[in-house]
Design a protein around this ligand. Structure first.
Ligand SMILES: CC(C)(COP(=O)(O)OP(=O)(O)OC[C@H]1O[C@@H](n2cnc3c(N)ncnc32)[C@H](O)[C@@H]1OP(=O)(O)O)[C@@H](O)C(=O)NCCC(=O)NCCS
Length: 171
């Protein structure tokens, strides 16, 4: 029996993608909270969250890319350009802020296509570097980025001072 072949299209996001992006962002936040419990699960649906997504979707700040299959968004990337810190040389850097692929569609090249498209945009905009922040425990994502030319750069260290039972005991 012949199998139906569906084509996944990578395209620029637009304002009408807001509801789908918010839905997937909630999934991404739930996923990321396993690595970073400080993330606010309500932020994607908050006014600040909405403002952030609208800025990317309208391209007033950064850009949004979506992977679409039969009119359904199955992955997306949000990113922006960042200025160098005052104490750094003035190199323009592009940052991947959010990247998520529907769990049922992973390992088909969608994430790679989204990052490649973002890289094209960043180069055209004059960026000299790409950056992304990933939880140290998110091994799959770390491997994904490493295979696409990213290398460990800064390392953020964290020490919880309290736990569910009260102040953390010293060693
Ligand atoms: C990380 C993430 C975005 C990757 O998305 P993806 O669509 O699975 O990525 P790809 O399919 O392009 O690549 C994944 C693997 O599948 C393999 N692959 C790619 N295309 C393939 C294809 N056509 N057939 C078979 N395998 C393929 C690649 O070798 C790749 O392996 P690697 O990561 O070791 O290099 C996805 O796992 C995800 O959404 N994770 C949860 C959120 C997250 O961690 N986000 C990143 C933090 S910002």
């Amino acid at each position: 029996m012949e199998q139906a072949v569906t084509v996944i299209k990578i395209r620029d996001g637009c304002r009408s993608d807001l509801a789908e992006i918010t839905r997937l962002e909630r999934d991404l936040t739930r996923f990321d909270r396993a690595f970073d419990p400080t993330l606010d699960p309500d932020w994607p649906a908050s006014p600040a969250g909405r403002e952030f997504y609208e800025a990317r979707l309208s391209r007033t700040e950064g850009l949004a890319l979506v992977a679409e299959e039969d009119g359904r968004v199955v992955g997306y990337l949000l990113g922006c350009l960042g200025k160098a810190a005052e104490y750094s040389t003035p190199e323009l850097t592009a940052e991947v802020e959010c990247l998520y692929v529907d769990p049922t569609r992973r390992g088909e090249g969608i994430g790679g296509r989204l990052v490649a498209r973002f890289e094209e945009w960043a180069r055209a905009a004059g960026a000299r570097r790409l950056r992304v922040t990933v939880s140290a425990a998110n091994r799959r994502a770390l491997r994904f980025y490493r295979h696409r030319g990213f290398r460990l750069f800064d390392v953020l260290l964290d020490k919880p001072l309290v736990n569910a039972g009260g102040p953390a005991a010293g060693d």
